[in-house]
Design a protein around this ligand. Structure first.
Ligand code: CAA
Length: 464
């Protein structure tokens, strides 16, 4: 049975910080943010927004767009890194908000949980719900998978430039207009790691930045090796002499904590895939240097990062490789459109990969590309650490969904924050009612209870 994404909707907070303002305030070269990391603007939440509001707004958008009633939704999953309760699942808050619009008890039949595994949990939620549909348990109903996050790092930390906020709701069914997932090829890797984690009660993560970058690459590569085995064993892709599976994937979407991480990851995976192919000889000749290897090729991530000579040479090699016409052609055709949304909005943790997919659809369509039948690969990564690779085929009816996509219009009018306003919001110095922007046709947070017996209870309202 086919199963996949029928439609997709976003909700992005309208407050933002401009990367150049941010660089100036932190004494950084704006070029590092704009060219080095690929950051343009970072969406920031107002005092009256939390990840549950963002998720509810994205759900409402997708339901209203498709004129769906709650009895057509069988499952509602929320995947997030920004959980604010250790027990009560975020989807229960979302259902509470949606019932303010659709009526009390209207989602009573609907199942679902909150999923956690840093930025990869949305992909596990998609996979589980796809299998719910494939198993024939959906009885013709849709599953709604929502990825929602506020990416927040400590003031002055190296991760502070990679913040952002937003939610994406994906509507799944057995007759998807947008994308049908390839069956039996979803592949994962997993390892107990401390690259990025957020102990109980802490609002911002503890991060080992360079370690997390390299771990991301290794974990995604490990999942890709398994994906390759599965696509070949199932006969989904038949490789001819000298080919790699990447030749059979038209678009690649990477997890994007910042947009240049997508470029970095693509280069790493392509190097891995091309290294043993006849085409590599020509590339090496063009580059004019051999691919470097660490002093201890079987060493740890720490030993590789500490190998300064290797790191410098590898950096040089990557730069030369990513300037070759072979790589540029692949990057422009398979990845570049997916990075536009990330540059405009920033890091969305669980939603970053799906913002990339959403962005790729809009900007490839605008180029006039016929997307019907194109294979899309997804490379998902969550710290802690797990990667998931899967793929799907764009469906003949995709145009019905993609033709009206317009990220700028869907975000709506944006308000640029001064650095002072941003820092006050970041440090929770403003009270919830002291919001900067007026809400319009959306859910907002109105209260978080502080009494002993009901501490943490949240009240939301829909502003019509
Ligand atoms: N002009 C142009 N480019 C410049 C520059 C300048 N003046 N100065 C630096 N750059 C370039 C660097 O060359 C580098 O490019 P390459 O990656 O191509 O080499 C890039 O800008 C970044 O520079 P640094 O690596 O020196 O930056 P940094 O030390 O400040 O750290 C970071 C970058 C590690 C990503 C940091 O922002 C961070 O810790 N972020 C949070 C963790 C994170 O996002 N990790 C990603 C993988 S883990 C994950 O993905 C899970 C998740 O969502 C959190």
């Amino acid at each position: 049975m086919a199963a996949g994404i029928d439609d997709i909707a976003i909700y992005i907070p309208q407050l933002y910080v401009e990367a150049s303002d941010f660089a100036k305030a932190r004494g950084l070269d704006p070029e590092k943010l704009e060219r080095g990391l690929g950051i343009g603007q970072m969406a920031i939440v107002d005092t009256n927004q939390d990840p549950a509001c963002l998720a509810s707004n994205a759900c409402l958008n997708v339901m209203q767009k498709n004129k769906l009633s709650p009895d057509e939704i069988g499952r509602l999953y929320v995947a997030t890194e920004s959980a604010f309760d250790e027990s009560k699942a975020m989807n229960s808050y979302v259902i509470g908000m949606l019932e303010q619009v659709y009526g009390e008890g209207t989602f009573g039949h609907c199942g679902g949980i909150e999923c956690k595994f840093a930025c990869v949990s949305g992909s596990y939620a998609l996979y589980d719900n796809t299998n719910w549909i494939r198993a024939g348990e959906a009885e013709g109903k849709y599953a709604l998978v929502v990825v929602s996050d506020i990416a927040k790092y400590d003031l002055g930390s190296s991760g502070e430039v990679t913040q952002g906020a937003g939610a994406i709701a994906m509507l799944l069914n057995d007759n998807p207009r947008l994308l049908a997932f390839d069956p039996k090829v979803t592949s994962t890797s997993i390892k107990n790691e401390y690259d990025f984690y957020r102990p109980f009660g802490k609002e911002t993560p503890i991060v080992h930045g360079q370690y997390s970058n390299l771990l991301y690459l290794i974990q995604v590569k490990n999942a890709l090796i398994d994906y390759k085995r599965k696509v070949i064993n199932t006969g989904l892709i038949k490789l001819k002499e000298g080919e790699t599976i990447l030749d059979h994937v038209d678009y690649l979407n990477m997890h994007l904590p910042y947009s240049n991480m997508g470029k970095k990851a693509l280069a790493y995976l392509v190097r891995h895939e091309w290294r043993d192919l006849p085409r590599w000889k020509k590339i090496i000749e063009k580059i004019g240097m051999d691919e470097p290897t660490p002093k201890d090729p079987r060493g740890t991530i720490e030993s590789v990062l500490a190998d300064a000579e290797f790191m410098a040479k590898d950096h040089q090699f990557t730069k030369l490789f990513t300037n070759t016409e072979e790589y540029v052609e692949l990057y422009e055709s398979k990845l570049s459109s997916s990075l536009i949304g990330s540059k405009m909005i920033g890091n969305l943790y669980t939603a970053s990969l799906y913002l990339g997919f959403r962005s790729s659809l809009e900007f490839e369509y605008q180029k006039g590309v016929n997307l019907n039948g194109k294979r899309v690969g997804f490379c998902s990564y969550g710290s802690g650490a797990s990667a998931m690779i899967f793929s799907g085929i764009i469906q003949p009816e995709y145009e019905q969904v993609v033709k009206d996509m317009n990220l700028e219009a869907e975000i709506g009018p944006r308000t640029k924050l001064s650095l002072e306003e941003y820092e006050d919001l970041h440090e929770n110095k403003r009270s919830p009612e002291n919001n900067i922007r007026s809400a319009n046709k959306e859910f907002i947070l109105v209260d978080v209870n502080t009494s002993t017996e009901s501490r943490g209870e949240r009240q939301y309202t829909f502003v019509s």
